[in-house]
Design a protein around this ligand. Sequence first.
Ligand code: GLY
Ligand code: MN
Length: 461
Amino acid sequence: MFEKEIYQQRRSHLCELVGSGIILLPGNSDSSINYPDNIYHFRQDSHFIYFIGIDQPDLFILIDIDAQKTILFGEELTMDDIIWTGPMESLSNQAEKSGITQVMPSSALSGFINKAQTENREIHFLPPFRAKNMLKLASLLGIPAQQLKEAASEKLIRVVVALRSIKGSEEIAELNKAAAIGYAMHYAAMTGAVPGAFERDLAGLIDGIALSKGYGVSFPTILSQKGEVLHGHDHSQVLEKGRLMLCDAGAESLSHYASDFTRTTPVGGHFTSQKKDLYQIVLDANNKAFELIRPGVFYKDVHLDCCRVMAEGLKSLGILKGNMDEAVAQGVHALFMVHGLGHMMGLDVHDMEDLGEDYVGYDAEMSRSSQFGLSSLRLGRRLQPGFVMTVEPGLYFIPALIQKWESQKHLAEYIDYSKAKEYIGIGGIRLEDDVLVTVSGCRIIGEKRLPITPVEIEGLF
Ligand code: GLY
Ligand code: MN
């Protein structure tokens, strides 16, 4: 946990911005795998971590803004808990560390909610996404579970996004720790990319590093020679000399901050010239983003500028043709760069996405495009100092997508489909770094950037 003043300050900003009423925040409960007692590693709710900091299951927080009261609801350990899970710091001690003086048993919560409802007071809650939290809220509030998302407080959502979007120095320090673990994971994967190894050898190795140095992975590891499968979790192939291995992985620090990096490594350490040319285009786009990111710019514009860099690169290879400004405006690059340039990152690898992507990445000034490709951009709004996000341009050769567009002659004036098909089999190349927006520009999260130039990568072998 951070110093208690940090939690007190976060809650006081929360109350100030929400204005009045009651804020109800459930912590997470344990979640079962294949029978009730066999549980997943506990992960606290990220909003609960941010405002309260207590990392244990089955808690609720009620903040009465008007009465300036914060109450933690939960149980002290029973003898059974101590026998099976060991002694733990008392709940009241942990509450004290968060600056909370009132702790009550869970059974007392419904009385507070009933009273507030009788008095017609506004009860703000966030849209729940875990089944147990839905059931808890449904029963407490008397709202059917399937209506909770609709009934959630938009005001609270917007305030939480505003607060959590700007990372404090204590959070940057944690993000740096997560980045250091991510660095070790990727370094091991890159140097281990030798012919004959199984993808799962490396996936297991780096997941183990995440667990040995932190809380584990920040999302399920993607490590595959089929890099064109964006979120593929198959690790069954044997590494073959010269093929590109895409590894997208990150760690969660012990206090639950994330890292998220992607590197693409030629198995055995040598790029063919065809692959190096493509790789360099993605690297140029990644570097371009670092040149452009600063407060006040729209991330959508950074995304489009990076797409233009890649489109020009593809034109130089003969895959695209014509005027690239016009082509990008029409979304031609989305045949190869199917996803967005990046997303916010913090306590969640896709930060706060449980609240709704558009609340996090868009606002009154910038709304999400419906154009294929651009519609997958998770962050489009104006950047502010303290934002942390990923920069992850990529180029992919997805056979089914190329076939579909070709059969429809889609944007055929800009695409040499027979040239594009020569690249099928290369898979995908993505290069992802984590970035902090500073007052004058940006800087990378982590002490040093993972090897990224072809010379650096080839030098690892
Ligand atoms: N690193 C996985 C993703 O950003 O979706
Ligand atoms: Mn990412």
